[in-house]
Design a protein around this ligand. Structure first.
Ligand SMILES: CC(C)(COP(=O)(O)OP(=O)(O)OC[C@H]1O[C@@H](n2cnc3c(N)ncnc32)[C@H](O)[C@@H]1OP(=O)(O)O)[C@@H](O)C(=O)NCCC(=O)NCCS
Length: 168
């Protein structure tokens, strides 16, 4: 399928918000279906020098673009943790399992490895999110530990897996 990955732009806010709130996505990214649609406008406007945010977009058939995924990379600000960054990723429900998540993660890893010269990339994921864990492990992330009852999902306190990728 035709899509491209590019840095986020202010016009992407509604599309990003729609993906964040859709069933099949919000449950695993700590979003919720009632999330304020304006939150993504605020997020984009607030991106700073240490924040990197890419979107995957595909033609919407009307001359515009449909946001079908995103990846964020935030370099930690403390001078003693500036070799490390946190990553967040999501793909539109209808476009999952087609390689878009891998392409987004590769974009972030390439930036981290070859342009920012970071050593450590980290993230957390629900322990039963097998697709995401498979993707992360296939790209060099390793399991570091369990964060017990770290986040709520549909009325249950769920465990999260902490993962990190170390560039040797
Ligand atoms: C997790 C997510 C980002 C992955 O992106 P994606 O575009 O769907 O994934 P890709 O197609 O690039 O890769 C999926 C991989 O997992 C594999 N996979 C799919 N379902 C799987 C399962 N149930 N168990 C194990 N592996 C699975 C696929 O075969 C593929 O691996 P391969 O490339 O080695 O064949 C996406 O599905 C998503 O946004 N999910 C909802 C939000 C979310 O969970 N975000 C991550 C929060 S930490």
């Amino acid at each position: 399928m035709e899509y491209r990955i590019r840095p986020v732009e202010p016009k992407d806010a509604p599309g990003l918000s729609a993906v964040r709130r859709m069933p099949g996505v919000f449950e695993t990214i700590l979003g919720n279906p009632g999330e304020n649609p304006g939150k993504m406008e605020t997020m984009i406007a607030g991106l700073g020098a240490d924040d990197y945010f890419f979107v995957a977009v595909t033609p919407d058939g009307q001359g515009g673009e449909l946001v079908i995924g995103s990846v964020s990379l935030k370099v930690f600000a403390n001078p003693r943790t500036r070799h490390a960054a946190g990553i967040g990723i999501m793909v539109h429900k209808d476009y999952q399992n087609r390689g878009i998540g891998r392409a987004l993660l590769q974009e972030a890893v390439n930036l981290a490895d070859n342009w920012l010269m970071l050593i450590r990339l980290e993230l957390t994921v629900f322990t039963d999110n097998e697709r995401a864990i498979h993707l992360y492990e296939s790209m060099g992330f390793q399991r570091e530990g369990i964060r017990r009852k770290a986040a709520v999902r549909n009325g249950v306190y769920m465990d999260e897996l902490a993962m990190a990728r170390i560039r040797e």
